[in-house]
Design a binder for this molecule. Sequence first.
Ligand code: SF4
Ligand code: SF4
Length: 260
Amino acid sequence: MNEPCLTSDKRYPGTMRVRRVTQAVSILLLVSMVTELTCVRFSPLRCQVFGLPFDLRLLAVLIPMLVMGIVLASFRYGRVFCSWWCPMHIFLEGIGWTGRQKQPGRGAVTWAGTVLLSALITLAVITCFVPWSMQLSAVREHGWSSTLLMVDTGLFLVFFILFGFVRQRFSLYACPYGLIMRLFKTDTTRVTFYDADAGRCIDCGACDRACPFELDVRQESTGDLCTNCGLCIKTCNGVLGPDKGVISMRQEAEGASASS
Ligand code: SF4
Ligand code: SF4
């Protein structure tokens, strides 16, 4: 039997908590854009983030640093942006929770979430650059032929199709970040590792039902599609007992040597 990956298992609950906090910040950022607390205004030129004034020139430095930070973190930890920040992942986790538990009203909750998130992101994108007062006066002046309203409607439809119909297929096969990360994955990138040799799996299938991407966890978790969200680890520990689960996060080389 292989040695359990204790380091990863011990780190895992704290990692999950930090992941939840970053997901909350991601949604709060969208809400702050809708409420104009985070915005860019052009006349006069100014910017604020969560209500705090921000020098736009700093963005020229901060954005490349942020992108570089995400890429470097992804080399080490895998598709962390997907499972830590991306609204699509948050949405899929949400409907997975309601959907796969086969609760009554599952479809209604899923579609309500689709409409709400599509509207939230549409309004966040528009209101980040155009204040509500300007949007409302444009609608008052031009009615349904208002260009802004058409842009709003078009964006809403794009997000509605994305969240309502494309869903995990976008994250798996079309997301540019996901595609880039596939190219840069190395032997030391962290993966979610299923330890078949541990011999404790009872084939309950709970890990598959927990996966927001509907992966066959025991076959695909070490592949490029997994975002290391850790939900299958949590679920397996729930089935077999704390720290007795057979799924853990490991660096790929470590997982490969353990499985050989
Ligand atoms: S949740 Fe754990 S015990 Fe159940 S099928 Fe998945 S790996 Fe096996
Ligand atoms: S296989 Fe596990 S860690 Fe990977 S995306 Fe699915 S639930 Fe998350």
